[in-house]
Design a protein around this ligand. Structure first.
Ligand SMILES: Cc1ncc(COP(=O)(O)O)c(C=O)c1O
Length: 433
């Protein structure tokens, strides 16, 4: 077999997978260890044909996949690897660019800066911010906290009790203290409770992980400016919604951030992994991260993106984001976000109108938090029951110490019929418990 023939078979596998992905159980119905028990304990001595890999993909691996590409994946933050993004991943691997320095891949460095600038324009961010791509929001926020500590000398990272665990993890990795600020009745950081003593940075979240609540960014930005504290905004999920002007209210004041993270791999149709990190203070990032050993010294007068984060080598992630932005355009991205918000709003209305069910938090974007009357154990049992049907996959959180279900709309293939099915499964399984 040649690369071309194997490649056609792999592409055919991918196309068939995407056509059928809605037929598989969304949550893998396997037990821990099932996959390893089916794999040979030792690697092959001699190379095998690639066709064997495709065969085992079907027979051994597919049954243990949780299908993030399914239209009825409603857990965590549902997302999509779009077709242009998938094809771009193939080209990224084929060209195997590594952006250690500008000269090791001029195209990677320049396209990354350029697509970060395009994305900034699409999201209505200030012109002139420096943007680059990290693997994850965890790395982006870690990098921002490193720059903040370097620039301010503070020892405390301040965030709300609803901030993502990556903020606390970043502080822990850096030996910094975390100060969690209480939230109001709608899960938003309470600016009146901000204590910035010895703070290096405040992380505000637009679109928190549990409820997608929106911290009061303008008030936090003002407090940070007065205290000389770095202001980082985590909009990992919701930031993509800025492409829609009618949703920009939620991002008021974000233009005053020192750094901002948005994950195109969450809600902007880009395959894992792709996290955009912008800063209005690139000099402070370079001061924190720039370290050039002799073997990497060149006379090139160009930015090396390793000066903005922990990694030296970098994948050509810009290519897939570029492909997505080109193939969808502003209007295609807006249509996707608007449809997801519409579907979430529809589901929210069904829950609101159904006796015995209640909404547990406001819904600014495409995630609905809700519960059925009963104990937390009842809710946990309901979650287990609906997920073991394989028809849908939803997740949970705790709000005001109560167990709450979450339905997140974020897959491009999700239709109104899929959301209706989720609601049917929930009511059916609740009645059966
Ligand atoms: C608000 C928020 N920030 C950060 C993260 C971490 O994202 P990543 O998996 O890219 O590190 C998440 C993950 O869901 C999130 O919801």
């Amino acid at each position: 077999m040649t690369f071309r023939e194997d490649g056609q078979a792999a592409l055919e596998w991918a196309a068939r997978y995407l056509e059928r992905v809605g037929d598989y159980p969304v949550l893998a119905q396997v037990a821990p260890g099932d996959v390893r028990s089916k794999l040979p304990p030792s690697p092959p001595e001699e190379g095998e044909p690639f066709a064997n890999v495709l065969r085992d993909l079907d027979e051994v691996l597919l049954p243990a996949m949780t299908h993030w590409q399914s239209p009825r994946f409603f857990a965590y933050f549902a997302n999509t690897a779009s077709e242009p993004g998938i094809l771009a991943e193939l080209l990224i691997a084929a060209t195997n660019q590594n952006g250690i320095l500008w000269r090791t891949s001029p195209v990677l460095t320049e396209l990354e800066l350029h697509v970060a600038d395009w994305a900034a324009q699409l999201l209505g961010l200030p012109r002139g911010w420096h943007g680059h791509i990290e693997d994850s929001a965890s790395t982006s926020t870690f990098s921002a906290v490193v720059a903040a500590r370097h620039a301010t000398g503070g020892r405390v990272v301040v965030c709300s009790e609803h901030a993502h665990s990556s903020v606390e993890k970043a502080a822990r990795m850096l030996g910094l203290e975390v100060r969690k600020v209480p939230v109001d009745g709608e899960f938003r950081l309470r600016p009146d409770a901000l204590d910035l003593t010895d703070a290096c940075c405040v992380v505000a979240t637009v679109g928190t992980t549990s409820t997608t609540s929106v911290d009061p960014v303008p008030a936090i930005a003002a407090a940070c400016r007065d205290a000389g504290v770095w202001f980082h905004v985590d909009a990992a999920y919701a930031g993509s919604a800025m492409v829609c002007p009618e949703l920009r209210w939620a991002f008021d004041g974000v233009d005053r951030a020192d750094s901002l993270v948005v994950n195109p791999h969450k809600w902007l149709l880009t395959p894992m992994d792709c996290s955009l990190l912008w800063t209005s203070r690139p000099v402070d990032f370079r001061a924190a991260f720039s370290l050039v050993p002799e073997y990497l010294r060149t006379a090139d007068a160009a930015d090396s993106l390793g000066a903005y984060g922990p990694a030296l080598g970098r994948r050509f992630r810009a290519l897939k984001l570029w492909a997505v932005l080109r193939c969808y355009g502003r209007t295609g991205l807006q249509a996707m976000i608007r449809e997801h918000v519409r579907l979430a709003e529809l589901f929210e209305g069904w829950v609101r109108d159904e006796p015995g069910w209640e909404l547990s938090a406001p819904r600014p974007f495409s995630v609905v938090c809700f519960r059925r009357e009963g104990t937390d154990e009842d809710s946990e049992r309901l979650l287990g029951a609906v997920n073991s049907t394989g028809e849908i996959f939803i997740s949970h959180t705790k709000l005001h110490d109560r167990y709450v279900l979450r339905l997140a709309v974020g897959n491009e293939r999700t239709t109104e019929a899929d959301v209706q099915r989720a609601w049917d499964v929930l009511r059916r399984e609740a009645a059966a418990l």
